[in-house]
Design a binder for this molecule. Structure first.
Ligand code: ADP
Ligand code: MG
Length: 442
């Protein structure tokens, strides 16, 4: 297959069919001297790709060529109709020597590391698990099963673990692929009578990363093969990491023996980023690109975009690029203009909901919280309430003290601090905080 078609196949998995057809389906590309020139159908298509899809294209190119390659975009209006000129273009393209592809499979993307993964309330459990696996692969948590909605950083975290491990030991055999690729590879190997090769390839790994395992749903022979791959890897303590958009018991038509395998290691979820994490992600992405944007502008974007990291990053890039093209300064007015909405105050979590959410989570009465009882069963829930009232509702320490039966503000400060520290260390607390947060969020 023409390498560009491989790139397109990857892009196709990531953008909506309508957008794929509109912007990518008719693109062509030529690689010359380490630069890929992509011909687009119109200057609008070119702008759209640059502004909205550049990270996706870059990542796909990386997957296929397994190194960073400069991209250039040009307009080739003949591509938009199917005239003879396109034929010509295609012939020219075919005459180019095909790009070297070291391996049929995309491997780790060096852009995604544990170091540049922004940790916040929505993902700190998953991050802690990733660190644990990177420190002790194959032993502590096998498999690691990361699940969560789209664009929240599952793939990033998975590559982050791989990159950490390969840095420590470059001889490790690591393979990253989507579950669809695993399936296609299997089918192809059966067709070509090369199943032995297939098995050797997957079963000799030290680390197997399978992204979006939910697509294995309903594929019986793939599930069968994967089950054996899984067992063989697990027996020799090779680490397996899986991601999914949902937990194993929600994957339809998944063999129960696979379901129980997936549940047998550690399952962690990643939630949509909360406000603070969104700001931190935007800040990090600016730094990575060497862009300086005022903090107030970042908070404005984060307030108006209660969405996943991928969309945040996309919007940020769009803002940067359109400002550059139009020679504009990025300030609050410009951001309001680009986002298309006036800043709205972020919807705060209601303080009553915090108290009722926490008390019902622990099966306590409000009087237990407000009263003087000091054993751990009361103290921890009380501190969790302090934490949420301070962190999420932005209520000052003194006021929280009043709300909780007239406690001193230093007690509140201490309580908030206790939980903040526990979140980074104590898995149980992490889990509790995330579950309660989910329950009480507007
Ligand atoms: P998912 O696999 O969950 O759909 P990805 O891992 O592909 O999401 O993340 C989408 C984009 O957002 C990537 O560019 C990734 O680097 C970025 N991203 C997601 N979460 C974070 C995070 N916590 N810190 C930094 N970047 C993140
Ligand atoms: Mg992903």
């Amino acid at each position: 297959m023409d390498p560009w078609n491989k790139v397109l196949a990857i892009i196709k998995e990531q953008v909506s069919p309508v957008n794929y057809r509109a912007w990518f389906a008719k693109t062509k590309a030529i690689q010359i001297n380490g630069t890929i020139t992509v011909a687009t159908t119109s200057s609008f298509a070119k702008q759209t790709i640059l502004v909205k899809y550049l990270p996706i294209v870059e990542a796909a190119v990386f997957e296929v060529y397994r190194k960073k390659i400069d991209l250039e975009f040009k307009v080739e209006s003949s591509l938009s109709n199917l005239s003879g000129k396109v034929q010509e273009e295609e012939t020219v393209l075919k005459m180019q020597p095909s790009a070297p592809i070291a391996q049929t499979y995309p491997s780790l993307n060096p852009k995604y590391t544990l170091d540049n993964f922004v940790v916040g309330l929505s993902n700190n459990m998953a991050f802690a698990a990733a660190q644990a696996v990177a420190a002790n692969p194959g032993i502590t948590y096998n498999p690691l099963f990361i699940y969560g909605g789209t664009g929240v950083g599952k793939t990033h975290l998975m590559h982050g673990i791989g990159n950490t491990l390969i840095k420590k030991d470059p001889s490790l055999k690591i393979l990253y692929c989507s579950s669809e690729r695993f399936m296609n590879d299997l089918i192809e190997s059966i067709r070509n009578k090369r199943t032995n090769e297939f098995r050797h390839k997957y079963r000799s790994l030290d680390l197997l990363l399978i992204d979006d395992i939910q697509f294995i749903s309903g594929r019986d022979s793939t599930q069968e093969e994967f089950f054996h791959t899984f067992n063989e890897l697990q027996v020799k303590n090779s680490q397996i990491i899986l991601t999914s958009d949902r937990p194993p018991n929600d994957i339809q038509k998944l063999e129960s023996r696979l379901q129980s395998r997936f549940q047998g290691g550690l399952m962690v979820d990643i939630q949509m980023p909360d406000f603070d994490t969104r700001v931190a992600i935007l800040r990090a992405k600016c730094q990575e690109r060497g862009e300086v944007i005022e903090e107030s502008c970042l908070t404005l974007i984060a307030e108006n975009m209660p969405t996943n990291a991928r969309e945040l990053e996309g919007k940020l890039i769009q803002i940067i690029q359109t400002a550059k093209l139009g020679g504009k300064n990025i300030d609050q007015e410009y951001i309001n203009h680009t986002i298309g909405v006036q800043a709205q105050p972020k919807q705060a979590i209601d303080q009553k909901k915090v108290i009722s959410g926490v008390t019902s989570y622990f099966n306590l009465k409000a009087s237990d919280i407000n009263g003087p009882k000091r054993n751990r069963g009361f103290v921890v829930p009380r501190q969790i309430i302090m934490f949420f009232l301070y962190q999420e509702c932005k209520i000052p320490f003194e006021k929280i003290g009043e709300l909780l039966g007239g406690r001193d503000h230093t007690t509140i400060m201490h309580g908030v601090d206790k939980i903040r520290q526990a979140i980074t260390r104590d898995r149980e607390i992490q889990k509790i905080i995330i579950e309660i947060k989910q329950k009480i969020s507007p």
